[in-house]
Design a binder for this molecule. Structure first.
Ligand code: TRP
Ligand code: ZN
Length: 873
């Protein structure tokens, strides 16, 4: 497995393929232990005398023929990564047929053809297709596909592949076959099949262009009812893409399959999406509100890839954000349009600032378009996805909705059926709008989060007000050039009136804001009666760190006067962050006396809790204090214990201060929170449960016990269980036992209680986790289970992970190494928990490095070896 020595793949070395494949016919003889794949490839050569090299890994070659002639041993060479066909030299086209054997049941990597329960499934992105058959496995090779699946009817009654089904036959010997055809030019990473005993929910609809479309959502077994919600989400996504982007679906059937064993969230294979079951299966008995929202968003994401990714695909993997950043932007807009735009923005920015900023400042930081990689699977990151989406959002802000839509139409029209680059994307927008936006490409080329330092001055004698905005390169990328930043701001007069935009400025006007292009910009107002209150980076229009010291009462005032929901939430978060940092011993500019600052924060929260007009879900967002990652991101040296303790103490003191109001919400919201998946009921639950979480710090778990006894939906049960377990309240062990027993057969619900146990904010949660890994719930071949237990501890439990004795680090490091032999992608993701290491205290760093040391001399996958090589030694 060890692969540290292979040279990196470099963007600068991209060359178009010499050999391409125009048509593929695949015939699968499917079996659980062993499957055979016959591939007939129509190959074309565009460069004279070029070597025909096909990718192929862990394939047993059974037969090979070229243009109908069986090849002799000297006609080809096979090695560990592929096949060179000497006999094809000099041809400008040929037909190659190979027959290989693969071993699905032994495939724990979950790449290529593998088993999940009684199903046979594939996962090909990024480079998994080479584990199914010999092929030119790169996204700029796009073919038309014909796929025939043959299998025993009793074991594999349903046979699905990409495209439309064109035939099915009984083969007479207890076996049957189905033939599928995908006429759209498609790269092999979008190939998929699924076979086995599955049930479906289904709906026939007519697309906006008149096409008859069958929507199906499938799951292993005979009960597809838990797929109903996902089916509705597919239809909503399809309609939304028709109306907001003018994009229609392009096959007669759209199949979605839920898989219990799946490395990532879901996969957009052409006509046959395959999903992690957690993003499909849901009913109110087993899934929480957050699960339902996640399902709708991921279903949307994969559906939207049909245009942003599939019809227009990637030239090479360096362009990954071209499909992922764009598609995240599209799924964010889908959720914003269907639900609350403000709340969606708050959620997205919370994730971005807590996790993507940390990634971009840590040891694994990389540009949105990296210059090189060893293992592309390591680049499915928050930076590629979330920062990539922010860059598309900045383009949208710069152009406005109508021009952006024109640019998108142009991008899809010009690149349909092609494999594109980020340059193609910005060229289409520039061409369609007449606005040259190619300067946005600079955002893709450098890592790190830019800083905008803001200096404000007011001259009471003239009423002149000035903001000087200075862009500074990220701390970890000191030579970065200034980037184009769309900037939105508002000024408020002391009476709460919004003031007009600056009288003079040296930036470029864009819809609702300004485009900052230079290192320094100056904005001036005149004739103001009093010093105004500035609200900057409204809506988080740019993914930057804004530095402007503010007094606590100014931040609290923003919550009162500002109309942008994001900016109100942001002001409170910032105030809480300042208080937390000061309590943890950091010096915070502008904060003043920390007790007074905490009093201002407490008063602002009290006002929100008392505000009967406030949106309950918004109040719930405000109750969530900045998380550990956000705190860690804000300091130069991370002392994990100090940050955890500061957060615990502030939570406790705020809960004590607002105990009555919290109890009032828990009681008053009972009826509104009762049931149903409408936004109002979800909002009521979100506030009720946020209040409960606070309350359970100070009421000994009394409110949580009442909710536990009274709970109907899984949302209520999880809120009660989490509050009880995390407070170690009376009744916690009994609740855990009852819950575990009731859902012992339901893997996704079992994952939930395991994650609650693993995230209990205390150092001894590690002991619980070690017991879980030694017990009957531990299934290391199931990625969801590994994430629920080990991932939760490593990523969501700083108290236990950063335990002062280093046991958290040693546990996670040992799990990374053990997992590497099973599923390298899952192992590499766990290793990411160490990305912040360069900024940890010396003591923490030394413990972590010692924990990682044994791995450095071990045989490792390319995935883990690459990341380990980027961590300091
Ligand atoms: N393209 C998928 C998405 O974002 C991501 C994905 C699913 C993936 N499975 C994978 C990436 C396996 C790498 C490996 O929707
Ligand atoms: Zn995606």
């Amino acid at each position: 497995m060890s692969d540290t020595a292979s040279p990196p793949i470099r963007l600068a070395e991209y060359r178009p393929p010499a050999w391409t494949i125009t048509d593929v016919a695949l015939v699968f003889d499917l079996g659980r232990e062993s499957s055979e794949v016959e591939a007939t490839l129509m190959l074309r050569c565009d460069a004279p005398e070029a070597t025909l090299r096909l990718d192929g890994e862990d394939l047993e070659l059974l037969a090979i023929e070229l243009d109908g002639r069986a090849l002799a041993a000297e006609d080809y060479t096979q090695d560990a990564t592929g096949l060179v066909v000497h006999a094809a030299r000099g041809f400008d086209s040929c037909l190659l047929r190979t027959r290989v054997r693969v071993l699905p049941a032994a495939n724990t990597r979950l790449e290529g053809l593998y088993t999940s329960g009684s199903l046979l499934l594939t996962q090909c992105e990024a480079e998994g297709f080479r584990r199914i058959t010999f092929f030119v496995d790169r996204p700029d090779v796009q073919a038309r596909w014909r796929t025939t699946l043959r299998a025993e009817r009793a074991r594999y009654p349903v046979l699905l592949a990409g495209g439309d089904r064109v035939a099915e036959r009984d083969l007479g010997d207890g076996r049957h076959e189905a033939e599928w055809h995908n006429p759209h030019p498609t790269p092999c990473y979008l190939f998929a099949l699924a076979a086995g005993p599955m049930a479906r929910v289904s709906k026939a609809i007519t697309g906006a262009d008149g096409r008859a479309i069958e929507l199906n959502v499938w799951v292993e077994g005979d009960d597809a009812e838990p797929c109903r919600y996902a089916l509705g989400a597919v239809e909503r996504a399809l309609r939304w893409d028709e109306s907001r982007f003018g994009r229609c679906y392009d096959l007669g059937v759209f199949n979605v399959v839920a898989a219990q064993d799946f490395t990532m969230g879901a996969m957009e294979n052409k006509g046959l999406n395959i999903f992690n079951a957690r993003y499909i299966l849901a009913d109110e008995r087993t899934a929480t509100d957050a699960d339902f929202m996640g399902i709708e968003s991921v279903v949307g994401h994969e559906y939207f890839h049909n245009w942003s990714g599939n019809r227009v695909t990637l030239r090479d993997w360096f362009q990954l954000s071209l499909k992922e950043g764009l598609t995240v932007f599209r799924d964010q807009e889908f959720t914003a349009d269907l639900h609350s735009r403000d709340l969606k923005r708050i959620d997205d920015v919370r994730l971005l600032r807590a996790r993507q900023f940390a990634e971009d400042a840590g040891a694994l930081a990389h540009p949105v378009r990296p210059a090189e990689y060893r293992e592309i699977n390591n680049f499915y990151t928050l930076t590629i996805y979330e920062k990539g989406a922010e860059i598309v959002r900045m383009l949208h802000s710069r152009l406005g909705e109508a021009a952006f839509r024109a640019g998108m139409d142009r991008y899809f029209a010009d690149n349909d059926g092609r494999s594109a680059t980020l340059e193609d994307f910005y060229a289409a927008h520039s061409a369609a709008t007449g606005i040259d936006c190619a300067d946005m490409l600079a955002w893709y080329a450098q890592a790190g989060t830019p800083v905008l330092d803001v200096e404000r001055s007011f001259d009471p004698s003239t009423g002149g007000y000035t903001l000087v905005l200075r862009q500074r390169p990220p701390a970890n990328v000191p030579h970065a050039a200034p980037l184009p930043i769309p900037f939105r701001l508002a000024l408020y007069a002391p009476d709460g009136r919004a003031l007009p935009p600056p009288a003079t400025h040296d930036a470029e006007p864009i819809p609702d804001g300004l485009l900052l292009r230079h290192a320094t910009h100056t904005l001036r107002w005149q004739g103001l009666d009093a010093e105004p209150l500035p609200v900057l980076n409204r809506g988080f229009a740019a993914p930057i760190r804004l530095r402007m010291p503010m007094r606590p009462e100014e931040r609290a005032r923003i919550v009162q006067v500002e109309s942008d929901g994001f900016a109100r939430w942001d002001a409170l978060q910032h105030l809480a962050l300042d208080v937390l940092l000061a309590r943890a011993g950091e010096s915070v500019d502008g904060l003043g006396d920390v007790d007074a600052a905490e009093a201002a924060l407490s008063a602002a929260l009290g006002a929100l809790l008392a505000d009967t007009q406030a949106h309950p879900a918004f109040v719930a967002e405000c109750l969530a204090l900045p998380d550990f990652d956000t705190l860690a991101d804000a300091v130069d040296v991370v002392d994990p214990g100090a940050l955890v303790a500061a957060r615990e103490r502030l939570g406790l003191s705020l809960a004590a201060a607002h105990r009555e109001a919290l109890q009032r919400h828990v009681d008053a919201l009972r009826a509104d929170a009762r049931g149903g998946l409408d936004d109002a009921a979800m909002a009521a639950r979100s506030l009720r449960h946020a209040a409960l979480a606070w309350l359970s710090r100070v009421d000994g778990g009394a409110a949580a016990r009442r909710l536990w006894a009274d709970a109907g939906s899984m949302t209520e049960r999880m809120a009660a269980l989490r509050a009880l377990l995390h407070a170690k309240a009376d009744g916690a062990p009994a609740a855990r036992e009852a819950f575990a027993r009731e859902f012992a057969d339901h893997a996704l619900v079992t994952d939930k209680w395991l994650a609650v146990v693993a995230t209990r904010p205390a150092t001894d949660a590690l002991d619980d986790v070690e017991a879980l890994v030694a017990g009957p719930c531990w299934h290391p071949t199931n990625p969801n289970r590994v994430r629920a237990i080990v991932g939760s501890l490593a990523r969501l439990n700083p108290a236990a992970f950063h335990r002062g004795d280093g046991a958290g680090y040693r546990f996670v490091a040992a799990q990374v190494q053990a997992m590497d032999a099973i599923n390298p992608q899952v192992a590499a993701r766990l290793l990411g928990a160490f990305e912040g290491l360069p900024r940890w205290t010396v003591a923490a760093r030394e413990l972590a490095l010692a924990a990682l040391a044994p791995m450095r001399s071990a045989a490792l996958s390319r995935d883990v070896a690459e990341l380990l090589g980027r961590l300091p030694a």
